[in-house]
Write a protein that binds this ligand. Structure first.
Ligand code: ARG
Length: 272
């Protein structure tokens, strides 16, 4: 090999070395390690005055509840992270519909009209509406006594829709369920129509102020909302939910938040 050939070979090797090291040094953020590659983060919309499904822990300021635990657990099964995004309940379906958020997990009742805007997972909770009045109220004993009464509801909910159909009722819509209860306590409303498990949660420890009257109204199922046609995400949610039901973690979370076992026939599976 001629001196010239050796020299050019050396130069080529040198360039090679520099580019390898140069690349290594300049690229400070190392390539993601195997297990963090492509783990997506999905944004989750919810309204947080709805315990035990979602609320803000007064001490820690963290969002807590069955829904929060459930979507995180589904993410663990299916390999995604969640980013929580609190918003008004009446904006959630629209936010999912437009793709502003990936998921709506907020005790959302699966309903025909909502199915026109978003898709829903298989049901994960069997719910119902109920009526709350002040403990000292002896005149409202059930839905038939709500005619012409002042009813407090959360805006955009099935409870709001139900109340508006009651003859002569004066319905006031509040952003937060907490405000419905305040208003009832202060005498600004005669009753609240809202989801029964949430009513029970608010009343617990406040029995001197509030009570539930009459039968539960309307049977409802909660589902997780996904943008219409996003089959990939919907499949992930349903598959994660199924895995949690099969491996007992769903029952564990259910027991943690509702202090009872989930129904033997899980919500929506009554006909299965
Ligand atoms: N289930 C009712 C509905 O879908 C009320 C849900 C309210 N949820 C909430 N996180 N505030 O209309």
């Amino acid at each position: 090999m001629s001196r010239k050939a050796i020299k050019s070979l050396l130069i080529i090797m040198l360039i090679g070395l520099i580019s390898v090291f140069g690349f290594g040094c300049g690229n400070e953020q190392a390539a993601p390690s195997e297990n963090e590659t492509e783990k997506p983060t999905y944004t989750v919309a919810f309204e947080a005055t709805f315990p035990p499904f979602e609320s803000k822990d007064a001490e820690t300021g963290e969002f807590v509840g069955f829904d929060i635990d459930l979507i995180r657990a589904i993410g663990e099964e299916e390999g995604f992270d969640v980013q929580l995004m609190e918003m008004g309940f009446d904006g959630i379906v629209a936010a999912v519909q437009t793709g502003n958020v990936d998921l709506g997990v907020s005790g959302i009742t699966i309903r025909e009209d909502r199915l026109e805007s978003v898709d829903f997972s298989t049901p994960y909770y069997h719910s119902a509406l109920s009526i709350v009045v002040r403990t000292d109220n002896d005149t409202i004993k059930g839905v038939e006594d709500l005619k012409g009464k002042r009813i407090a509801v959360q805006i955009g909910t099935t409870g709001a829709d139900y109340a508006k159909k009651i003859e002569g009722a004066k319905v006031t819509e509040y952003d937060a369920v907490t405000d419905c209860f305040l208003e009832l306590k202060n005498g600004g409303a005669d009753a609240i129509v809202n989801d029964n498990p949430v009513n029970l949660n608010y009343i617990k420890g406040n029995e001197q102020d509030y009570k539930i009257v009459g039968d539960t109204l309307e049977s409802e199922y909660y589902g997780i909302a996904v943008k219409k046609g996003n089959k990939e995400l919907l499949d992930k949610i349903n598959s994660g939910l199924q895995k949690l039901k099969d491996n007992g973690k769903f029952a564990e979370l259910y027991k943690k938040w509702f202090e009872v076992d989930p129904p033997e026939y899980l919500p929506g599976e009554e006909n299965a």
